[in-house]
Design a protein around this ligand. Structure first.
Ligand code: NAP
Ligand code: MG
Length: 402
């Protein structure tokens, strides 16, 4: 059988620990036998990041800007323990943070829905995608404890030295204050990333804030989204048969619980942090959550939402058997291959991505799965497989489909 040809390389970002092991299994067993794989390889494993003073992370983000599509393995974000474990020169920053800052993107997280793993919310028939604005608000705040009576004010000093003041509160006893910010540029990028993603996936887009209470801050988010929608996207949405709608965050939460799914829920930074964990756990498992970073100018970086599964890796190093779920990492590869196929007009590459996803889901639906899913499935006659055998079973299913 001829292998499927590619024309433009994918940016391949390798990673750490258990997911690095899965990465190789996935390539060897599920991709290389079928696709004449072209990648530009960047080793974001912590060892090599340390050797290159993290230059490799910057290079991989630049390559993503150049080629447009990347697939990333989970990576370690160093902490004090990792400094000694890897003998690091510096506590390097989170690669995801570096890449996100360079690409100015929005993160979309979607659960992978499979028969036999039912969402806790029984009316959720289709996945709900969370779009999280990943800049500013409480994540870049300034805070103060107020020790005694006094007056707290917001002060803005313009470049010409003129001041604008707004009273926060007149304290008659100790208290607390917080200052947060965002920028129009970042909100505009977020808006375009959300609208483009909705068009790309042909799903309705919901956005919600608390603009009735926050008449300037949250209202600015609402206005920027609406202005960009009206000016640039209204006709495209109508042509695609999808809808943008804004509502209050408390109304959105109530509607989400009653909805069937199949839409994108765009959230401000804090709401997105909280709601994405709620949605992913209600859909079943972190190991079944895909994540894609989309930039305003249409570059894509696909990854799994989970980390490097350190606990399993340490077992693996001791020679013990592991049953680590590779589904989200497989879907990172299929997402990237499909997007590459779409951009390069390679329909057989897109079809292959569809088939690999179908084979992965069918394997689980046939009762063959890793331990994390076996613990929550409603299927009978389940076979629990180790990390490698699960991938080998997917290979068998895939061969029956191609
Ligand atoms: P984690 O890798 O997400 O794993 C936490 C736990 O969740 C695991 O111990 C496991 O539970 C379960 N789990 C997650 N993914 C699984 C999978 N594919 N199959 C089966 N079970 C899975 O988080 P962590 O262990 O706390 O973090 C490890 C490293 O990942 C850290 O260094 C962190 O910096 C990094 N991290 C990277 C990313 C990223 O690159 N995107 C994201 C988050 C964290 P049981 O042990 O109970 O089986
Ligand atoms: Mg969180």
């Amino acid at each position: 059988m001829d292998k499927i040809k590619m024309t433009t390389p994918l940016v391949e970002m390798d990673g750490d620990e258990m997911t690095r092991i899965l990465w190789q299994f996935i390539k060897d067993d599920l991709i290389l036998p079928f696709v004449d794989l072209k990648t530009e390889y960047y080793d974001l494993g912590l060892k090599y990041r340390n050797e290159t003073n993290d230059q490799v992370t910057i290079d991989s983000a630049n390559a993503t800007k150049k080629y447009g599509v990347a697939v990333k393995c989970a990576t370690i974000t160093p902490n004090a323990d990792r400094m000694t474990e890897y003998n690091l020169k510096e506590m390097w920053k989170s690669p995801n943070g570096t890449i996100r800052a360079m690409l100015d993107g929005t993160v979309f997280r979607t659960p992978i829905v499979v028969k036999g793993i039912a969402p806790c919310v029984k009316n959720w028939e289709k996945p709900i995608t969370l779009a999280r604005h990943a800049y500013g608000d409480v994540y870049k705040n300034a805070e103060m404890k107020i020790p005694c009576a006094g007056k707290a004010e917001l002060v803005f000093t313009a470049e010409d030295g003129s001041e604008t003041r707004e009273l926060i509160h007149t304290f008659d006893a100790p208290g607390i204050i917080q200052g947060i910010h965002n920028t129009e540029k970042s909100i505009m990028s977020f808006a375009r990333a959300c609208f483009n993603y909705a068009l790309d996936t042909k799903q309705d887009l919901w956005f919600a804030t608390k603009d009735t209470i926050s008449k300037k801050y949250d209202h600015t988010f609402k206005d920027i989204m609406q202005d960009i929608y009206d000016a640039e996207y209204d006709e495209k949405f109508k042509a695609a048969g999808i809808e943008y709608f804004y509502t209050l965050i408390d109304d959105a939460v109530a509607r989400v619980m009653k909805a069937k799914g199949g839409f994108i829920w765009a959230c401000k930074n804090y709401d997105g942090d909280v709601m994405s964990d709620m949605v992913s756990s209600a859909f079943g498992s972190l190991a079944m959550m895909t994540s894609v970073l989309v930039t305003p100018d249409g570059k894509y970086e696909y990854e799994a939402a989970h980390g490097t599964v350190m606990r399993h890796y340490y077992k693996h190093l001791k020679g013990e058997e592991t049953s680590t779920n590779s589904v989200a990492t497989i879907f990172a590869w299929t997402g990237a291959l499909r997007k590459r196929g779409e951009l390069d007009g390679l329909s057989d590459l897109m079809t292959f991505a569809d088939k690999l996803e179908a084979a992965t889901l069918k394997t689980i639906e046939d009762g063959k799965m890793t331990k994390d899913l076996a613990l929550i499935t409603s299927l009978d006659n389940v076979t629990v497989l180790n990390s490698q055998n699960f991938i080998k079973e997917i290979r068998k299913t895939l061969e029956s489909l191609v």
